[in-house]
Design a protein around this ligand. Structure first.
Ligand code: 7TS
Length: 403
């Protein structure tokens, strides 16, 4: 049995009330909640070890550097990167993607092609459009199918020796679809293209193995994996990271500076200009430890139970449509006929239930279904079936009031 009661006790926020009702937090795809061990690590860092890293000979600076570099090793181990310097700490998924997009602006020429999937979050569409504008490269899209999966046959058709880069999320944030990234990567490599996988939504549920996937770049945000906001990871194969130019110039990323010429530091520092989110990086490591102690197989199995339970219960509601019905993580994106998703979300909030409504930064998916948005309930390993019962009763109430 999954020890959900014991786990819930680790999350102080789960004890609070919202609008006089016990909080039911089903907006985990937007950000996860923070366990006490991670909160303690943040307090401990600022109480005992706060100093700038990689620069001081003094004890505090060395301690902070040590903690930060130990966190990098934990992240390396978690993603199974071959080398610790292939782990670049960033401010999050969006920053990681923009670093790569910026780096490729010198490597692409007019007529090169970039492929993105139809299931992307805006942060994996807009930077590539900007890159195309700069370089004259052309953006192509892997279309989606009615069940919320990608049309892999169509991907085969748009791949060619002109394809230089392919971008796809591991899991869709709007629908929860788990994409066949291994196949997508293998096919891209056959035509010599590099692949960036956006793992922002996969990492809370799946432990990725970047070597087994043979992926070129894999990015994620700590705040979706029980860590703090403002910190994330860019994994890159060392050959690519060596080849790409630095993203920002400044302190920490240099070897020598004169007014005539600057030489850059080696990896990972070349991509880590300025004072990083030191505390965030350390807390990210603690968050991964916490989740690994529970275990990703146990997390996935329990969340799948929640998904099946919630899907079954919600489907019984008249006029309710669920979008994305394939193999997916614990996300239920739905609408009720004739009711705007925002109105449902507002009533759910009054009843203490937190969901996200709207286009979820994935407007092309909403356009595909010809809807303004959805109500998205996204579950985490600390949620319960009892909370799903509250969601279902609240949705029924909203439907009655608004229908
Ligand atoms: N990529 C995916 C697949 C995402 O789901 C998100 C955030 C991002 C990138 C951006 O991550 P950030 O940490 O840099 O902001 N997704 C969502 C969401 O679904 N609801 O709120 C944020």
């Amino acid at each position: 049995m999954f020890p959900v009661d014991k786990i819930r006790a680790d999350f102080p926020i789960l004890k609070r009330e919202v609008n006089g009702k016990p909080l039911v937090y089903f907006d985990n795809a937007a950000t996860s909640q923070t366990p006490q061990v991670v909160i303690d690590a943040i307090v401990d860092y600022y109480s005992n070890s706060n100093a700038n890293i990689h620069r001081g000979v003094h004890t505090l600076s060395q301690e902070a550097t040590d903690l930060y570099e130990k966190a990098r090793l934990k992240i390396q181990k978690h993603f199974n990167a071959k080398e610790s310097y292939e782990i670049i700490l960033t401010s999050g998924t969006t920053a990681s993607i923009n670093m790569i997009a910026s780096g490729f602006s010198d490597l692409l020429i007019t007529g090169d092609e970039i492929i993105v999937s139809a299931l992307e979050h805006h942060s994996n569409i807009v930077p590539w459009q900007m890159l195309c504008e700069k370089t004259g490269a052309v953006l192509k899209v892997i279309p989606m199918l009615q069940n919320g999966t990608l049309d892999i046959a169509a991907y085969d058709e748009i791949l060619s020796d002109k394809t230089k880069l392919v971008f796809c999320n591991h899991v869709s944030n709007a629908l929860g679809t788990i994409n066949p990234i291994k196949e997508i990567i293998e096919k891209a490599h056959k035509v010599g293209a590099a692949v960036l996988i956006d793992g922002a939504q996969a990492t809370p549920h799946i432990k990725p193995d970047v070597q087994e996937l043979d992926v070129d770049f894999y990015v994620a945000s700590a705040h979706k994996i029980c860590g703090p906001t403002g910190v994330g990871v860019l994994y890159g194969k060392s050959a690519w990271l060596e080849k790409l130019p630095p993203y920002q110039g400044g302190g920490e990323m240099i070897e020598t500076v004169t007014f005539e010429k600057t030489t850059y530091a080696g990896l990972p520092h070349k991509f880590e200009a300025g004072t990083p989110n030191i505390c965030g990086g350390i807390a990210f490591g603690v968050a991964l430890d916490y989740m690994n102690t529970i275990g990703f197989d146990a997390i996935a199995a329990y969340e799948h139970e929640l998904l099946q339970y919630g899907t079954g219960k919600l489907q019984e509601i008249d006029g309710l449509t669920i979008y994305g019905t394939s193999d997916k993580t614990a996300v239920i994106s739905f609408n009720i006929e004739g009711i705007h998703p925002y109105d449902i979300g507002a009533i759910l909030d009054k009843l203490g239930v937190a969901v996200r409504t709207g286009h979820h930064c994935a407007q092309p998916i909403m356009n595909f279904y010809n809807i303004p948005g959805t109500v998205r309930a996204s579950f985490a390993f600390y949620n319960t079936k009892k909370e799903i019962d509250v969601l279902v009763a609240s949705v029924k109430k909203a439907a009655m009031m608004l229908g």
